[in-house]
Ligand binder design. Structure first.
Ligand code: TPP
Length: 705
């Protein structure tokens, strides 16, 4: 870098002939001083008084963050942040009052007291949007990259002028470069040349662990020097004016096109990792060396007296303290969260007048998309089709009427999916809308989160249910998003996931374990047993305002029993509505997925007057239909493919035990897989998956009690 490039007010410096914006030093200094005053207030008063319970200082990280924030002026810029990003937040418009209201857990703050106060978000339809932060280190990267991919899509395909030139930023610490999320995002960004800036603030520590445990030699920038399609910039916050020019250059490079940039910015962490951390793992010399590199002190040296007089600087300090004190007074007198609302906003809610209590950011409704109502009456067309064709046809129709639907996953594009559910869709809709992804489930789901927040309807495929495991963090964080942001953000999407046994089993391709998603907060879960229900439930999911797990049972995808005529392009099924396949008076059998066929056969073979319910969706599930049935039959058998212990059958049994105790004439029974993974040998498989024979026996036994 030339000295001129780093000069205080160098003009016309930067990439090519472009003129880089110069820092508004007054604003920068003001914001950093406010950030410091907040840190000081929390460290010295609010934490000891237990008015703040979890304190994270940003002292040392602040100057470079504020410089970055000033540059995020794109109409659709999006930022993935972490718990130490408060100065960046202040720089992009978080008010001091909101910052304090958050850490002090007040009503109306960014999470309404539901989340740690430094886990921020900032919904914004115009101007920079801050995606909801997570407590998990590295969880911010793949959603940020999803936002970047959405920008590319909105620019090139939807032709939204405001998205053009807007960028994504992923902000993290040096230890976060060891996480799966970082590498997944880096792969996506560089293979697709997405407009994203990775802004890594390297303070040398992940709590107490030094950065050479996170990347060999401790310098991620050096190690990524030869990474293809990635431009690297290093900056040092101890030289703030020079760092300002380099940050401006990094942002400009991303804005100018040409793909991702990674910046490594050296910063000192001037306090413990969090309020509780006394830094006993640092020597006195290390601590004093860090203090000597305080970027604020350095900035003062660089700017006083050439830009600010001593008095002007002092006035800014006084102003910042006064602002923080005023905010404190306002927050102290503000309301605490309403405890009666703690269970609200897990899912999208409808007001009494029928309108949606809409989140401020994310989803199709916020993007102004209006889709047809649909009809619950099937209009069967043509011959019976198998479930995989039904799924493909539904995807095809929704892709054709909604340009914001994107279908993707491993092998989903050219091959058409390993289950053939997306066969031909790429040819028809193009590779921007139906595409292959890198082999990272965290990347597939995390990028979907960013896309959904940017107003698209992502439809990721997880190739086999078991391979959702690497995406569990992103799935959980997506599900809890609406609740933890108190309905400010939501990321509706449809995760298609084939699973369950087929002709043979194995521990990798045949797991069902649907209960895991029911237990996860905020996910709707559908598990259709046949082609007609698959169409209606998938259509509902693709138009919904909440995220959905859509479980496609492998045995039913081409199973003869599951074939039904296509029920029409309007057909839609509400979630939480069971289907009664047989009316009966002696025993209720309740089931879902591939077990529905087996239960129907067993009911026929049993000579018992069985009422058979296919739940179709497990979250929400149709408690009323089951209770009504059991109050009539007085007996209940639950059948599922998932393991016995804490399977969804346990939830059903607990509900019956409480709500229908006096109606029962026999113990509630379950026929399920025992607590083992799915075995490979068909012989072994048949010995554990509930069979027609086992179900028939159970029906007869319960009916005879
Ligand atoms: C997935 C995950 N693992 C562990 C933690 C506990 N933890 C919180 S912060 C942290 C260190 C992160 O350091 P770095 O990314 O360098 O950021 P810094 O705190 O230094 O700014 C750890 C281990 C966590 N929050 N998330």
């Amino acid at each position: 870098m030339s000295a001129e490039r780093h000069s205080l007010f160098g003009s016309g410096i930067g990439s090519g002939t472009r003129h880089l914006p110069q820092p508004d030093w007054k604003r920068v200094v003001h914001t950093v001083l406010v950030s410091r005053a907040l840190d000081e207030l929390e460290e010295t008063q609010l934490l000891p008084a237990r008015k703040v319970l979890y304190q994270f200082t940003a002292r040392g990280h602040d100057v470079t963050q504020v410089l970055l924030g000033q540059l995020l002026t794109g109409a659709r810029d999006g930022v993935g942040v972490y718990y130490r990003s408060r100065p960046l937040m202040l720089s992009v418009g978080l008010t001091v009052k909101d910052a304090l209201a958050s850490t002090m857990m007040r009503s109306g703050s960014v999470s309404d007291g539901r989340d740690i106060g430094v886990v921020f978000n900032l919904p914004r339809k115009d101007g920079v949007c801050v995606l909801p932060a997570c407590g998990g280190v590295g969880a911010q990267y793949t959603p940020a990259v999803g936002w970047a991919q959405a920008l590319q899509y909105r620019t090139q395909i939807l032709r939204e002028a405001e998205a053009d030139g807007s960028i994504a930023v992923a902000h993290g610490g040096d230890a976060s470069v060891a996480t799966n999320g970082f590498w997944s995002a880096l792969t996506i960004a560089t293979t697709q040349r997405l407009p994203i800036l990775f802004f890594i603030e390297d303070n040398g520590y992940g709590i107490s662990v030094k950065s050479d445990y996170q990347t060999p030699g401790g310098n991620i920038a050096a190690n990524l020097a030869s990474f293809k399609n990635l431009r690297i910039i290093e900056a040092d916050s101890a030289k703030p004016v020079e760092a300002a020019a380099l940050i401006a250059e990094g942002v400009d490079m991303v804005r100018g096109g040409g793909g991702p940039v990674l910046m490594r910015v050296l910063v000192p962490r001037l306090s413990g990792h969090s309020g509780q951390d006394t830094q006993t793992y640092k020597s006195a010399e290390e601590i004093s060396a860090e203090r000597a590199r305080d970027p604020l002190a350095r900035l003062r040296t660089q700017l006083v007296p050439s830009v600010f007089s001593e008095q002007a600087w002092k006035a800014l300090e006084d102003e910042a303290r006064a602002e923080v004190q005023a905010a404190l007074a306002a927050v102290e007198s503000s309301a605490v969260p309403d405890v009666t609302r703690t269970t609200r906003h897990v899912f999208s809610e409808t007001r009494e007048d029928g309108s949606v209590d809409l989140q401020q950011q994310g989803g199709l409704l916020n993007a102004g998309v209006k889709l047809p109502e649909g009809s619950e009456t099937p209009r069967p067309e043509g011959p019976r089709i198998n479930m995989v064709t039904a799924i493909r046809r539904t995807l095809e129709h929704e892709l054709s009427i909604n340009p914001r639907v994107l279908v993707f996953g491993e092998d989903v594009g050219r091959k058409g999916g390993v289950h053939a559910a997306t066969l031909g869709l790429q040819e028809k809709f193009g590779a921007a809308r139906v595409f292959d992804t890198s082999l990272s489930e965290e990347g597939i789901i995390g990028r979907s989160v960013g896309m959904a927040l940017a107003g698209l309807m992502p439809v990721p495929e997880i190739q086999f249910r078991k391979y959702a495991d690497p995406a569990v963090e992103q799935l959980n964080d997506c599900g809890t998003m609406r609740w933890r942001t108190a309905n400010r953000f939501a990321a509706p999407m449809v995760v298609r996931m084939p699973g369950g046994f087929f002709k043979c089993g194995d521990p990798w391709h045949s797991q069902s374990n649907e209960v895991q998603f029911v237990h996860a907060i905020g996910w709707r879960v559908a598990m259709p047993s046949n082609a007609e229900d698959a169409v209606g439930l998938l259509r509902n999911a693709l138009r919904a305002n909440d995220p959905t797990i859509f479980f496609e049972h492998r045995a039913m995808l081409d199973g003869a029993w599951a074939r039904r005529p296509y029920p029409g392009d309007d057909f839609i099924i509400p979630f939480g509505k069971a289907k009664r396949l047989r009316a009966g008076s002696e025993l209720t059998v309740v089931t879902w997925g591939a077990m529905v066929e087996r239960c129907e056969l067993a009911a026929e073979a049993s000579s018992v007057d069985v009422e058979l319910l296919d739940l179709r969706t497990l979250m929400p599930w149709d408690r009323e239909a089951l209770l009504e049935s059991v109050r009539k039959t007085h007996r209940c058998l639950i059948v599922h493919e998932d393991n016995l212990t804490a399977g969804f059958g346990a939830e059903i049994a607990a509900t019956l035990a409480k709500e229908a105790f006096f109606d029962l004439d026999a113990p509630i029974e379950r026929v399920t897989m025992p607590d083992v993974p799915s075995p490979h040998s068909p012989l072994l498989l048949d010995s554990v998956v509930p069979s027609v024979t086992r179900i028939t026996q159970a029906i007869r036994e319960i009916a005879s009690i």
